[in-house]
Design a protein around this ligand. Sequence first.
Ligand code: GDP
Ligand code: GDP
Length: 446
Amino acid sequence: MEKENQKIVAVIGRPNVGKSTLFNRLCGKRVAIEAPIPGTTRDRLYGEVNWQGEEFTLIDVAGIESGTKKEIDLSIQDGVDTAIESADLILFIVDWNEPDNQKDKEVARRLKKSGKKVLLVVNKVDNVSRLESIDLFKRLGFQNPIPVSAISGKSSGDLLDVIAKELKDDETVPAKVHTNYDISLAIIGRPNVGKSTLLNTIIGEKRAVVSAEAGTTRDSVNVSFFHKGKNIQISDTAGIRRPGKVGHDTIESFSVIRAERALKNCDVAILVIDASEGLVALDANILGNAKEWGKGIILAVNKIDLIPGDQQEYMAKTIWILQRKLNFAPWLPIVFISAQDEVNINSLLTQVVAVAENRNTIVPQELLDEIIELSKQSNPQLQDIQKLNQKRSTPPQFEIVVSAKKVPHYTQVRYLENRIRDVVPMNGVPIYIDTHLLGRVRSKKR
Ligand code: GDP
Ligand code: GDP
């Protein structure tokens, strides 16, 4: 079962109002760095919160650097913009001690314009006598300011109640219009690798239908088009920014959450990397998740137009490096593209269709029997295996029935996976092999 879309709640406000203190309070652990000097909370952080069954991701929109006035303004702008784009609900934090702060008014204006749901949270209400002046904050243009004291934890449960209620109310509106499509595709990757350029190239080349995603205020569209007779839909495009914006720490953290969300909801994902940068930790992480969640995945190495000299040599070398780095995924299709110059876009989409079909693979039982027979002949360690079955498809899941008391070593399971893939490659698709052992089932994810 796929998890529902995780809701995103962003904590926004100018420096020193207590965002990271509140963030820690709501997440129930100390993860952000609290600091008395304005602007020293650099780490953009996110945490998972579960409040009475309502789960959401809380993001501390920090990353506001100390520096010249201009730099500070710019950072606030960046952080707020990104949070607005991505969040389902915004906690606008202000400081009780400063009801007339000019920066608060600027932030308030931006939030108003976005049309997003905003909860105005007045922090540092450490004692009840302060409550009297709370209505002063209505001047920022938001009703029902919520008093909290992040430092003491006072009223933080009440705040969580309100957040949970707002998120629940949101669910009465369908998050997505389900149209008839064959393949749900996600385009994911770090900022600036060329995701939005790729999206635009696809829209242009495939004459895609672009429609607003109903039932949500999120700045997201559905893109659907036909390729090889299949109707492919790219939804959750909110994570793909408009081209030209410079990468930023805050943006990076949103992109992680976005990537996870898009990945959870798709059949096939294109992980885009930049040819000049190669694979980084985040990419490996995404690949790990794709495997875990049984998603089809294709690696698109973008910007090959920037590679000087012999491109064939570059590609061969890159495939070699990537396959060494990704020792778990020799089955991962790698496509070299230039989103900008529209190179190989059709091959990429053909791979998408192929991978989606591979994900539905059903291997005939006779073939599986033959695989086990041959494997046992060439690998004595597999003698205890009685049978190999396919339990289900999409994604394909297999089961080995073992007569011994011991679970087979993972190298043996991997050996079998490789033998299955020798016959039916299932490129781009992770497969699972469970072990059925004397009445018990031990799961091994491959
Ligand atoms: P941020 O820059 O918005 O993330 O703010 P911080 O969380 O770093 O907090 C800034 C300062 O305000 C720190 O000195 C905190 O200890 C203090 N602070 C945070 N919450 C409260 C509160 O509820 N009451 C009081 N009195 N101080 C607080
Ligand atoms: P995103 O953040 O992943 O959506 O990346 P963008 O699509 O905004 O692209 C980031 C930058 O890379 C922009 O300046 C693009 O023009 C550039 N870019 C994207 N694709 C290509 C490509 O194939 N070749 C070259 N040379 N530049 C590209």
